[in-house]
Every structure is written in C-alpha cells, then in structure tokens.
Design a protein around this ligand. Structure first.
Ligand SMILES: Nc1nc2c(c(=O)[nH]1)N[C@H]1C(S)=C(S)[C@@H](COP(=O)(O)OP(=O)(O)OC[C@H]3O[C@@H](n4cnc5c(=O)[nH]c(N)nc54)[C@H](O)[C@@H]3O)O[C@H]1N2
Ligand SMILES: Nc1nc2c(c(=O)[nH]1)N[C@H]1C(S)=C(S)[C@@H](COP(=O)(O)OP(=O)(O)OC[C@H]3O[C@@H](n4cnc5c(=O)[nH]c(N)nc54)[C@H](O)[C@@H]3O)O[C@H]1N2
Ligand code: SF4
Ligand SMILES: [Mo]
Length: 819
C-alpha cells in the first residue's frame, strides 16, 4: 500500500457500515455452528436467512465505539467497533496516524480482528455456577449471584480464621492485562488485590511465566532497573541479531515491532541475523541469515564466539577494562578465585580446564565450527550492532545463564549504552508515564516464585528461602488453601505438567476453594469451585495502557460498547459485593464507581503527561498518541557516558561478567543435584538438555513457540483462528522420515508425563532433533488420558530453573509417532 492509498483510504468512521456486514456475521455463523448457537439461544444475533435483511439505509441505532484488545501479547491494539441494535457487527483497526515511526497506525492483528468470535463465543460463561461433580470434571450448576458471593465470603472468612491470610493466593493470569480497573496482572495491581488488602492481604508471587529467568539474572549483570534501547533505534544499527526473538509472531500489532523492523529495513541498510532452532516468521520475512541451534545451548555458542573474538582480537578490550568486571584476571572482583574470569573460562584456564573452541561449541550447539567463526567475525565487525534476545532462550532449565551469556556478548563487542547498539536483553520501548488504579498495601510480605504455586499447595512447609526462593520469610508456614484465579489459564493449561496439576487440584483436602473469574469455559474454569462470569472488556469502560511500539507512546479509551451479555458482571462489581459481605465495602470502593476511578486515575496521569486531552475528549477520540520527544531510548546511556558519576546498581557499579553475588548464592543455596548457579555465564548442561537428546525413549528436544493462532490460550476457541492457523507439531523432515511420518499425518507426541495428539507439520524450518508444539492449545484429555487438544504443557516439567525457580517450559525430551 502506498502513502497515497493510506491517506485516501476512508476510515470506518467516515464509512457508514453497510448492512451487508451485519449479514456477513450471520452468514459466518452458518458455517460456525458456534455463533448460531449463541444467537439462536439468546437472541443476540439475527440467525434468520437473507430475508432478515432490513430494507433501506436506515442507520438508526448504529454507532461506532472505541474498544481494544487487552490480552497479553506484548502489543495492544485499539479496535473500532460498529454496533447495530446493541450488537457488535464489525471490528475495524486504528485509522488514526500514518506509517511513520512514532506516529504509526496501531493496526490490529488477525486475532484482534476476530474478537467478535471471542465475545460471542458459545464457550462464553453465562451465569454464576458452583461445581457439582469432581473438581475438573466440568460439571456445574447455575446459582444466583447472591449465593456465589455468600459462598465466597464464607470461605474467605473460614480460610483467614483457620490458616491466616497467607493461605489466600492470587494465581497468575494475564488475560486482562491492558486494563486499569479491570486489570488481572501483576496480581498486586488487580482489584482482587485491593479487595484482599482491605482484609489483611494475601500471599504474593514474584517473577512471571514470561521472563522468570532473564528477570532474575539481569540484575546480577546490569543491576536493578537497567533498560534497553527502544526497538526503533535499530535504524542506527549496522546489524541486528535477533537471538531467540521472533517479533513478527510475538509482537504482531501493525503498530508494534513488526512495523518497526520492516520500517527499519526499508529506511536503512540494517542486516538481520536470526539465531533460533526454528526458521521463524521473523526469519522468513526479514533475516539475511538464519543460524539454527539446539535448544538450551546458547551459552555454549556465546563461549565459542568469544573464543574466536579473543583469538582474533576482535573484542572491545577498552570497553571491558572501563565498564566491566570479571572479563579477565586483571579485573576480577574481590573474593573471586584465580582462574575465575570469563577469559580463563573460554581459553581453557578455568576450573573445568576445557578450551571453548568453535569445534567444542559445534558439538554442543549443532552449528558447524566454520559457521561459528564466520558469525563471530560478522558480529564483532558490525559497528554498531544490536543484539536483541527474545525470551525463548531463557524459558529453559538453564535459561538464566543463556540470558546472561547473550548480554555478555553485547559487552564483549562494546555495544552497550550507544545508539544502534544495546544491552543484549530484549528490546525496550518508549512508555508514557501513567497512573494506576490504587490497590493499597499488602500487609503480608511473603512472596513465592510464580512457578512454584503448585509446590506451595503440596509441600508448603518444606519450602524455604534458600531452597525454593521464598521471599519475605525464611520458610512458608501455611499451604495455599484458597485460590483467586482471575483472567488466567495457568491453573492448568499454561502451567507445566498439566496431568500432574490436575491430580493435585482434584484433591479437595489440599486447596479447599478455587474461585475462577472468566469469560470462557476454559480448562482452568473447569477446576473452579465457584465460577464467576466476567464481562469482556467491550462490555465495560476502561483506560487501556499501551504495548511495546518503539518510539510511540499511547493510551486507549476503551469504552463500553455493548451491554453485559447474559448475567455477566464486572470484576469491580464482584469485588464490591464481596467486600460488602466482608464488612470492608467502604474501604474498597471509597464511595466510587468504576467510572469515578477512571476519572481519578486519569486526572493523576494528566499531571504527569500534560499533553493528554480532557477525559471527555479522549473518550471521543479513543486514542492519544505521543512520539518520544527524545528520539529513541538508549539503555544505560548515562553509564556509558560517565561510569563513575552514573554507576550501575551492581556491587561494583559496573557490568558484572563475574558476579560475586551469584558466587555467594552458589555457596549458600540448596540445589537439586545437577542444577547449578555459576558466577560466570557459562554453559551448564541440564536435565532433558541437548546432551541427553538423540538416544533413549524420548530422543527429541521439544520447545513450544508462541503462536499467531492465539495469545497463549486466549482466542484458542475462535473458529477462524483454528482454521487459519491450526495446532500442528513442527517436526524436521529427517526425523519425520525416520518415523514414517508425512506432512498432515495425525501423530502423538509423548514422554513419561503425558501424551498429546495433533497433526504434524513436516518441515525443514526446524533443526533436526527438535520439535515444537505451539504453546496455548486447550488441554483436553480423553478417557485414556490422551490430550486431543494438543496442549504442550501435557509434556512439560514442574522442575524449576536454579536461580529464578522459573518455568523451564522449553526444556523437554519427547518421542513422536504416527497415531
Ligand atoms: N509450555 C509453555 N507454557 C507457557 C508458555 C510457554 O512458552 N510454553 N508461556 C508462558 C507465558 S510467557 C505466559 S505469559 C503464560 C500465560 O498464561 P495466562 O496468563 O494464563 O494466559 P492465557 O492462556 O491467555 O489466559 C488468559 C485467560 O484470561 C481469559 N480472559 C481474557 N479476557 C478476559 C477478561 O476480560 N476477563 C476475564 N475474567 N478473563 C479473560 C481468557 O479466556 C484466558 O482463559 O503462559 C505460560 N505458559
Ligand atoms: N502470537 C502471539 N504473540 C505473543 C504471545 C502468544 O501467545 N502468541 N505471547 C506473548 C507473551 S506473554 C510473551 S512472554 C512473549 C513470548 O515471547 P518469547 O518468549 O520470545 O516467545 P517464544 O516463542 O517462547 O520464543 C521465541 C523464540 O525462541 C526460540 N527458542 C526456543 N528455545 C530457544 C533456545 O534455546 N535458544 C534460542 N536461540 N532460541 C530458542 C523459539 O523457537 C521462538 O522462535 O510473546 C508474546 N506475544
Ligand atoms: S492479539 Fe495483540 S497484536 Fe493482535 S490485536 Fe490483540 S493486542 Fe493487537
Ligand atoms: Mo508471557
């Protein structure tokens, strides 16, 4: 599309919605039994044939309202919804702005454009319900809201009285991430947190399923609060290395990074290298070179690259001397042993005595040595070079070291703190300063690693600070007895080892009450004791915060588009009613409605961002956009300019290639056998890692990439998405041939934890020995326990990573066979 097309293309606001689009939905409904069901049953949609088409161009009762897609995909898109007779008949993308960086349109991806199929889905929860069958059986009985609130309040009182507030847990859930009042994560920012804080607090968690390992590891290298360059800064890079980073699939908004990379490619001669076991959608559309490697071996590749750079004197010694500790023996921090430097580790003078030659790295990573040599020269000689890692490499059993190793490479090549360079972490983005819904202070200070909530049900009192990463206390004193699960599917689907989790939750003597607040009948919803039907974000007003979009900052006014469907209610109303029964309504509401809160929060934001228009004006315009006045964000720029005046928040004030803090943890923490925390970002072979692949009952490494069909599990029940991007396991042509598997065959993937069934995508777009089952498909075990939904977490492990105690969901060994 040319610029002229863009400018002359009529916006949906200017175009009266043709009645035909109204009928299109009913026609689509004919194909998707789904929509017919909803419409026919509840009179929501006109399901009659063409004769139902109203005559004439009467647009009475038609309006266009701004809404948004609030899921956790890293982007966030405004959506313009056309409403006729109280029903959403059409969804359009952002018509404001242009296609310049910083003022771009924020065009919705394929999922957001199908949102009507999520809103009007037959899986939509319609009434409050209580469980009548076994936990997880999905057998429920409709109850009144009164009964639901009374039951929850009685259970809360009992739990707090008997076990204390630490027995109440807010489970991870990112389905409503974008909202201000209707916000599900971080738990401390949710209305549930405010409710619990009015009555003594709750057990908190830290870390995320997204970034557990890199978030835990980064402060040991760069100190707390170190940001990276905004992605639009890559226009200044000679080379961009996307390291396990697939933005064209994981940041799919046309206003986000997909837009940024393509614009950068057009505007500059930037080259792109993708290092990933898969030839990703990003690689397809932008890479000049693809380097496939075995999963979990990134730190070995970095060591091999470092060997070439050191041997050929291609590294930035001056940068290392000035800004880093631990690169060589002359710059080791106090207390580090002789031979403890990274230089010694690489050159074979460290404690393992092994030289990390390209040949050594080749046997581990599967990349030929000659290619490693070439890659080292290419990266070292491109000035400046942006090394930008995704979160795939760190979502591994040894992910902390992979993350630190890739960051180390940015330091080794002197690219930190400059334009066109970066820290080696994931790309940053310009963000507006906005206020949040106040959730009060949690009187409970105890916090568990987010991934260990199942352990905190099963073996709480064994869990300690030094063995399990418990924070705020030396050990947990009570198990989790009450779970709030708001807008999350990690109760089963998104957490590891789904079969094991199901067995744990089935036992009602362990966790005694599970309250799920959802839109759809998900795998997690089936494990509820009390199931509360939430409105979608198009059924309530909210202020919606931006996603990652380079130099563009923005805020969306996502208004109420339609009336709540069925008996659905807002989470704010649910909390208010429960607060009332717990005697804390006045504290919870402060006498305010949801809209009152939005006005209050907005007024506070206006004080920080004076360019923001009035509340009413934003409501009408739908979106406020602001281009970063400073150009691009440069992470650690002040440190680079003057490291003495602007030290990092590490013990040495410098970049710590050798971390004495990690050395201390290594000495004091109790780790399961084989797990390692190392002061250097060295390569640590691990359980179900690359070394163990190739032989035995489960010879293939399995990862599970984030897929365009869904945002995790959300949109997973949308028929259009299932058709366009079906759930398929990627398997290399050689591995398929060896097993008699052809493209499109129904196969089973299995290990000792479970078995799933789905179709095979036989392709040379994945490294031999590796399969990928896209994460987020809906767990659906049949009577024999075979998961016909193809959920990757039927095969993943509960064993946490050593430092973060994070989810190692890309570290798995499996076998695959024809079904
Ligand atoms: N194997 C494997 N597992 C993984 C990952 C992986 O890479 N591999 N990735 C992990 C990552 S990074 C993450 S972030 C987690 C994500 O895990 P979750 O946060 O659980 O994400 P979703 O599966 O999208 O679940 C969001 C839920 O919110 C619901 N929802 C959507 N909108 C609303 C709303 O307005 N109100 C309410 N009440 N509910 C709503 C959706 O129906 C959905 O059930 O998964 C993790 N799990
Ligand atoms: N379409 C879509 N977009 C999403 C999401 C979604 O579910 N769907 N989820 C969102 C969320 S919450 C998050 S946290 C992000 C997740 O973003 P990421 O964590 O970056 O996404 P992944 O697909 O897990 O991993 C990125 C790439 O790493 C590769 N990879 C896996 N293991 C390794 C390894 O050991 N080494 C290397 N070098 N590469 C490896 C994978 O093949 C994949 O292409 O995405 C967000 N965006
Ligand atoms: S899923 Fe993400 S990229 Fe797609 S429309 Fe929603 S917010 Fe935008
Ligand atoms: Mo995530």
């Amino acid at each position: 599309m040319t610029m002229t097309d863009m400018a002359t293309r009529p916006t949906p606001l200017e175009t009266p919605v043709p009645r035909r689009s109204f009928m299109k939905w009913s026609a689509a409904a004919g194909g998707a039994a789904a929509a017919v069901g909803v419409g026919a049953h509840y009179g929501l949609l006109p399901v009659a044939s063409a004769s139902a088409e109203p005559s004439g161009g009467d647009d009475a009762g038609e309006k266009v309202v701004w809404s948004s897609c609030n899921v956790n995909c890293g982007s966030r898109c405004p959506l313009l919804m056309t409403v006729v007779d109280g029903q959403i008949v059409r969804v359009d993308s952002d018509p404001t702005g242009d296609d310049e960086m910083g003022t771009q349109q924020i065009r919705a991806c394929v999922r957001g454009r199908s949102i009507r199929q999520r809103i009007y889905n037959p899986d939509r929860l319609k009434h409050p319900m209580k469980r009548v069958g076994k936990r997880g059986s999905g057998e429920f009985e409709q109850i009144t809201w009164e009964e639901a609130y009374d039951t929850i309040a009685a259970s809360l009182k009992k739990t707090i009285e008997k076990y204390g507030n630490e027995a109440v847990y807010l489970n991870y859930g990112t389905g409503a991430l974008g909202g201000t009042v209707a916000k599900s994560w971080p738990p401390a920012s949710s209305p549930i947190a405010r409710l619990m804080n009015c009555m003594g607090g709750y057990l908190n968690h830290y870390g995320t399923y997204s970034t557990a390992q890199i978030s835990a590891a980064t402060p040991y290298t760069y100190g707390a609060g170190a940001g990276n360059n905004s992605f639009d800064d890559i226009v200044h890079s000679k080379l961009v290395v996307l390291w396990g980073n697939n933005p064209h699939e994981t940041r799919m908004s046309g206003g986000g990074e997909t837009f940024v990379t393509q614009t950068a490619k057009r505007q500059s001669d930037t080259k792109f290298i993708v290092i990933d076991p898969r030839y990703t959608d990003t690689a397809v559309s932008i890479a000049d070179e693809w380097v496939p490697l075995r999963p979990g071996t990134d730190a070995a590749l970095v060591a091999g690259l470092a060997h070439v750079m050191i041997s050929e004197n291609l590294h930035d010694q001056e940068f290392l001397d000035t800004y880093c500790v631990g690169f060589d023996e002359e710059h080791l921090p106090e207390g580090a042993p002789a031979g403890g430097s990274y230089h010694s580790y690489v050159m074979g003078l460290g404690r393992d005595g092994v030289e990390k030659t390209p040949e050594w790295a080749a046997t581990i990573t599967g990349i030929p040595a000659s290619r490693i040599v070439q890659l080292a020269r290419t990266i070292a000689q491109a000035k400046p070079c942006a090394i930008v890692q995704g979160w795939g490499p760190q979502r591994h059993a040894n992910g902390e070291n992979s993350a630190r190793a890739v960051m180390l490479l940015a330091a080794l090549t002197g690219n930190v703190g400059i334009t066109g360079g970066g820290t080696g972490a994931r790309e940053g983005s310009y963000q507006l300063s906005l206020s949040a819904f106040p959730t009060l202070t949690n009187p409970v200070k105890t916090s568990i690693p987010v991934f260990l909530w199942t352990d905190a049900i099963e073996r709480a009192t064994e869990m300690t600070a030094t063995a399990d990463g418990i924070q705020g206390k030396d050990r947990l004193e009570v198990p989790i007895k009450f779970i709030w699960n708001y807008a999350g599917n990690a109760l089963i689907n998104q957490h590891s080892d789904a079969n094991r989790t199901a067995r744990l939750l089935e036992d009602e003597s362990l966790c005694e009450m599970i309250v799920v607040i959802e839109n759809q009948m998900t795998a997690s919803a089936k494990f509820a004791d009390i199931l509360l039907p939430d409105v979608s974000n198009s059924e309530q007003p909210d202020l919606v915060t931006q996603g990652s979009a380079g130099s563009l900052g923005y805020l969306i006014f996502a208004d109420q588009v339609i009336e709540p469907l069925f008996e659905c209610r807002t989470v704010y109303e649910m909390c208010t009613e429960i607060a009332d029964r717990m005697g804390v309504k006045a504290e919870f509401t402060e006498g305010m409605t949801q809209e009152d809160w939005l006005r209050k929060v907005y007024a506070e934001s206006q004080a920080k961002e004076p360019d923001l228009p009035s509340f009413e004006e934003l409501r009408e315009k739908g979106i406020f956009k602001k281009k970063n006045p400073a150009g691009t964000v440069i992470g650690l720029q002040a440190f680079r300019e003057d490291p003495v005046a602007n030290p990092l928040k590490t013990p040495s004030g410098k970049i710590e290639i050798y971390s004495s803090l990690l050395q201390k943890l290594d000495e004091t923490w109790t780790l399961p056998e084989g797990d390692r925390i190392t002061p250097l970002p060295e390569y640590t072979p691990t359980w179900e890692g690359a070394e163990l692949a190739g032989t035995g009952d489960a010879p293939l490494q399995m990862i599970g990439h984030h897929y365009k069909s869904r945002t995790h599990s959300t949109y997973g029940n949308v028929a259009w998405m299932q058709e366009a991007h079906p759930q398929l396991v990627w398997v290399n042509t050689l591995d398929a041939k060896a097993r008699g598997i052809e493209n499109g065959d129904v196969v089973q993937v299995f290990n000792e934890r479970g078995r799933i069934e789905l179709k095979a995508h036989v392709t040379s777009r994945i490294a031999p020995g590796v399969v990928s089952v896209p994460q987020g498909a809906w767990y659906a075990p049949d009577k024999d326990g075979v998961d016909k939904g193809g959920c990757t977490n039927t095969l993943t492990s509960w064993h946490p990573s050593p430092l973060a105690k994070g989810n190692p969901q890309h570290t798995n060994l499996v076998q695959i066979e024809k079904a």
